[in-house]
Design a protein around this ligand. Structure first.
Ligand code: HPA
Length: 234
């Protein structure tokens, strides 16, 4: 048990999928894992462990934003021995060719700051995904008829953004989409020598204002879970 995860030692797998929403963690565990077991529910941030095609997998909610993800990722890595963390979440498109329902694989993520900024001080550290996971996720997505966008994203500290000038500069520089967790996940993976990737589906577009209706989110989310699982065990 850690401060925020109530699972016993050994109850969490080396591979962990991390959706922001704990109810998505429960849905993914019940839908895609065999023998899924709730291993803790501290603060309602469910963690499940089961198997997928014979491989042990956990699915742990991260909450929203980098400070929340950082707590769960730190404890998963340092206390439970996690070796592969894959964020599965939604993002807002920042390019016209990135459409609602599309899949984005984040190679890197720009930020204004992260919970690790205090360590780096004047350094702009470049967080990077694990190349093997990107390649495997790309292959898994392509095999399902999905053509993912692969490139840089933006991990924001705010959902209700007040800097349209900054969004404009990022769009101009090819940033694909905005979400709120990947950069800190990649920094922690670098610090502890583990693998990380963010597999994202586009839930809305900052370019067109289009948003995915809630009844259509589940299907896109399901594709993403399967791409993440196939990448983890490729
Ligand atoms: N901003 C931040 N995070 C998001 C967004 C957004 O527009 N859409 C989905 N996650």
């Amino acid at each position: 048990m850690t401060v925020h995860i109530g699972a016993k030692p050994g109850q969490i797998a080396e591979t962990v999928l991390m959706p922001g929403d704990p109810y998505r963690a429960r849905w993914a565990a019940e839908t895609f894992l065999e023998r899924a077991e709730l291993v803790h529910e501290v603060r309602g941030m469910f963690g499940f462990t089961g198997t997928w095609r014979g491989h042990r997998v956990s699915i742990q909610g991260s909450g929203m934003g980098m400070p929340s993800l950082s707590i769960y990722a730190n404890e998963l890595i340092r206390d439970y021995g996690a070796k592969t963390l894959i964020r599965i979440g939604s993002c807002g498109a920042m390019q016209p060719e990135v459409k609602v329902r599309d899949v984005v694989l984040a190679m890197t993520s720009s930020t204004l700051s992260t919970p690790s900024s205090g360590i780096f001080r004047e350094l702009n550290f470049a967080p990077a995904a694990d190349f093997g996971l990107i390649a495997a996720a790309h292959a898994a997505a392509t095999a399902r008829g999905i053509t993912p966008h692969v490139g840089g994203i933006y991990s924001s500290d705010v959902f209700y953004d007040e800097r349209p000038d900054l969004t404009e500069q990022m769009t101009r520089h090819g940033v694909l989409a905005v979400e709120m967790e990947a950069a800190e996940l990649y920094i922690l993976a670098a610090r502890y020598g583990i693998r990380a990737l963010a597999v994202l589906t586009v839930s809305d577009s900052l370019v067109t204002g289009e948003a995915l209706p809630s009844d259509q989110r589940e299907r896109s989310f399901g594709d993403m879970v399967e791409v993440a699982l196939e990448a983890a065990f490729a």
